[in-house]
Design a protein. Sequence first.
Lengths: 509, 863
Amino acid sequence: MAFWTRFEKLMSKRKFKSIRQTFVRSRRPLHQWRQVRSDRHAFARRAYVNPRTLRREREFVDERTFWWAVALVLFALLTVVVDNRTALNVMGIFAIYAAINIMWALVMGSAGVFSLGTLAIVGTSGFIAGRVALETGLPWYVMLVVGAVTGAVMGVVIGVPAQRLDGMYYALLTLGVVEVARTFFKQSRGFGSASGGLISLPTYLSKDQMFSIDGLRIRVLVALVPFVLVLVLYRVLEGRRLGLLLRTTRDSEAYGDAIGVDLVRIRLSLFVISSSALGMVGGFFAAYNRSMAPSVFDMGLLLLMFAMVVVGGVGSAEGVVIGTALVVFVHNGLISIGPIRIIGIGVVVVLTALFTKGGLYGIPGQYRRWRDKHKSERIAAASQRQGDLTSEEAALTDDKDLVAVARFNDRYRWQLRELVTEAVVAEHQARPVGRHSPELDRLLNYFRKGELADKYAVMTVEPFSTYRVVALSGVRGIPPREVDEKVYGSLDDAYHAVFLRRIHDLMES
Amino acid sequence: MATQKLFAYSEEISVKPADSLQVMVSGEGTQSADVQLVRLVHGDAHPDGPGFVEVEVDHPVNGVHSVHRQYTQLGSHAVVDDGVELLEGTEPFTVATFVWPSLVGTGRQVLIGNFDLSSNCGWALGIGSSGHLEFWLGDGTDTDHVMAEVPLMERVWYLVVATCDPRRRKITLSQVAVVSSTNSVVSPAVPHDLDSVVVERTRRKVRRSGRPLVLAGCWDENAERGKHVKWLFNGKLDRPVIVDGCRAGEVAEALRSGDSPDGVIAFWDTSAGYSPSGASTDLLDVGPNGLTARSVNMPTRGMTGWNWDGRTECFLTAPEKYGGVLFAESSMTNCRWSPTIEFEVPQVRSGCYAIRLRAGSAEAYAPFFVRAKSPTAKVAFQVPTASYLAYANMLMAFDAQVAQSIVSHTPVLAPADVELYRNSQFGLSTYDHHADHLSGVCYSGWRRPIIDMNPKHRAAAIDTTWQFPADLSIVGWLEQTGIDYEVITDHDVHREGLELLKHYNVVITGTHPEYHSGDMLEATEDFMADGGRLMYLGANGYYWVTSFVGDGDVIEVRKLEGGTRAWQARPGEYHHMADGVRGGVWRNRGRGPQKVTGVGTTSEGMDISGPYRRQIDGYGAGVEWIFDAVDGELFGDFGLAHGGAAGMEIDRYARTLGTPGRTRLLASSEGLADGYLVMIEDLYVNLPNQSAVSNPRVRCDMTYATTDSGGASFCTGSIAWGQALPVDGYDNDVARITENVLRRFASDGPLPVLYDELDDADVAVVRSWRQKQDAVISALCDRTVLTNLEAAVFGPHSDVNLRILSHLRGDESGARWELVEEQPYARYVLSDHREGTTEVFSSAELAVHRFLLHRIAALEGEQ
């Protein structure tokens, strides 16, 4: 039996429920936990009654935490299993680049600050941390702290002008900062202009481990630490009130002002926090490499990392990580295929920019939206053509009686249309109320029992002399709406106008 | 300049000269209003009548008075005024109640709590806008909540329990469906998983709100409106309880086994307080602190509780099954406005009066009725105030899908109707449903602005006057006859009974005295037995069993079984909370009006009204004085209500339902249309063609009967009668007949007594109708019809064929033929007993077709 057939059979037996239900038992009381200093639930779960089984089922509101855990465990396992130095190196680079990119995405996506100064912060923090470490002889983890402090200072320095300069000017400014940093660190003797950067920085590996493959494994595994820290920071900043406020007010300071949010302050603090995190990553970067080279400020690297963010999708940590993984794999993992891979990356960037709305990670959602749109269009077209419920609509209707009634009315309207003759209309005009022929009576009875929404009524403008036609809302509290400008001099005329409208609606429907 | 709006009501319905009366006014867009005391003479502005007529009365109260906007507390709820500090929720406590939500998912609703929205303090157990059970608490700045897992399902009984431990900031919230075979919209046969238990620690803890606990709402306050109750609940609560300490399991166990839990702070035993004379409106606390919950806007008691099993249908026989109290956000029985003007009723003659208010384009009337200080007149006009309340602020023209089918009219709306609909803060009528679209409105109160009580109002659904404005046509006619009369109201008759009626020789009813209490019926019956004379100038009267609540400003009705009803009381909820009587129509209590008046309801139509044709009884000796100065057999083909004196709602003479044998069937309606269908209480099985066009008993009868004691009744059997009186300046046949009767009835002398028992006059009327109808039907039988009939003997039939067949089925002439199936599917014999011939057919279709052809031929032949 083919794998997929077997898989589907397994699924259909419902033994293998969706992953989320495997971990929850809805029969037991639900213990909800709050996130620290927040009203939000940690590992929030929600329940619903399955309409098919009438049973209550429970699921995680947000499954991403779970999938992140799975991915991290897999990554760690991979580190242990893989026996290839190049591959391990690529994985290490990936972890660090991913951490940087997540913060970058936060700055661009949530804070809406179009900064290209990311690598300037990372590099500067790395250099300063390295220099401090060299000067003081303190252990490697101090570099993380120094890096974080440097990053925060850089954040303030670069962040403040961001509140004054718009889009492209600001991008150019940050690019300038990168260039200044590059020139400065390349030419400063204190930062190893002679040796091509700082070398022999403290690290977390012992001398023995430095060149063994197990040492490399440890090196990569430890690189996950700043990655996870940054990820948690991202989730905290993005998910909390701060991120929510930023996303709602991203494009309009006026709106922010209107709802009483000091957008500038929030944006700046977010920028400083993320810069500090970048500085921390910079410090770690120095420890990871045991060196800092000015090549970190290279335009080429900046553009490559930009490609990672764009390909994955700037709107989410998941997208950024996927983009980073892809580009790092092609750029650093497939070195053997030569410079053509750079062109390949370029093509992917152009394609994602052209055809996706949120990078690669946004494709499933984009597909779902596309599918739903086409489905609704198809249903709309079908119901316009047939005037009847489509099978999709019928399936989506909870109360099947409504389906039966709609289908009945559809057939019944065909019969009623046969009854509409000049004679019937003339009969109504001559005597809108009173004894009627069976045909007219049947038509009127159909009209009278129609649904309340948009049901016609007569509105008195002047008692006994002027009337108009209106349509009821069917909702208590919402007054009737006027259907046209015409006024009628007698009630019989108004009744007949309503009748003609109803006949028109019947023939058109 | 803002648009002005004025709304007003008088505190009392019925007053006597020298009484003090308060009038409550709310003005929007104006600081003052011009007040004028008026006597109301005629309402309907229809061009065929005298138009709107009022007489301004001199009184010191007339002049400019300042008005301000007054707010109305909507929604039924109950407030626990005492024990605020016991219920504040700052110590660990458990709150539990059975709940049956009737509307979820439209907004937040509080079941129980002392939460205050204005200060964000207190706690509440409620339903969130997504329909989930939630527990809310506020610490003075922020709120916190715990939410159940799945939404509550409408019309299902749950036991909900919450514990709150402020020290550990721990809340547990549980909902357990207690579905039985009878109590919910779902059955245990189809298990639904509706339960949920959630345990959670909150960030914040309850801060005392200092507000009284509310059942079915929570507090809010603002500078403009002051303190009021919001987040009102729709649905039933049963036996809410608050217990000291966190003991959810114990409390649930106790409630389910019908015991009182331990450690009770307050236990509102909603099954307590029932007695044969009705139910207390307040909810009694059987716990140690006696924290009675004071009802606001009449929560409905006597409702089935969570444990109702369908074995009993009254709260008196099994009170423990009737713990249900229905709350509704749209319930409103008393505006409780502060008085704007207070004045002494002047020494005027008895009649319909009102305080008229005007400001800019706005105008409002606050009507009231002035009785005689002590009765002196021979004639009383009994104003059907109970029926006015039943119809007060009816929204059916907008709200009921079937409205247009019932009245055969497209509604004709006036700006006042739209205003009421847009802004329905003045409560509903007993013809409407509450916001949940499930529960019928069973209470209607006087102390609120009532659009239908505006003397100029026209009923939107039918574009005629209705109730009070329609009755003013009788008042206007009485005024110009010069006959001395006094007005009394249903409320007076209910309170004082025969003692009040016996002062008068004649009691005249309104056009539609539909709602009667037992005491009112008794008064009318005793009045007639004592020689009183009744002029029943309306129809569909003495119909609904009605109760008066409290001091009578609120009526209660439950609509059920066999009456033409705007809603249907739920199973087991048939008994009035006010006095324990079973609701419904009087006919089903063995007290049909035919026995007293001679006629009773038969149909309602509203499409057109028709004239009367004088019947054989109308020419007999002893009744001709009634038709003095009326020429011709046909009369009353005019009127302000759809152009005839016979119509709207109609009553008929029915011996089987108790019409006395001496009753003379003076005249019957003619020419009514398909809108008039036989009342459903006359039908046990649905039948086709039951309208005035094809059913001879869908007609309106004018009757006259006398009693040995000198009593008499004169009935017109038609609501439209009253509105025919004012045509041509009150100079017409309808007015003449009414005046003939009134003058004779009012005189102290005896009436010509009609001693002889008569044959059932209905038989003659139906026979003559059938003869005419034979001609109508045979005229329909053209070639096409016959061909269609041959093609489909057993249907489906065209509308015309159906009409023909219905006529033949109701006719006894078919007995002349006999159709025998001698051999199934093979041999059918049709014999004609009169001619003595037989025909043989090979199929049932052929035989029946021939049979029908014979009968159609006979229709033509018999003319």
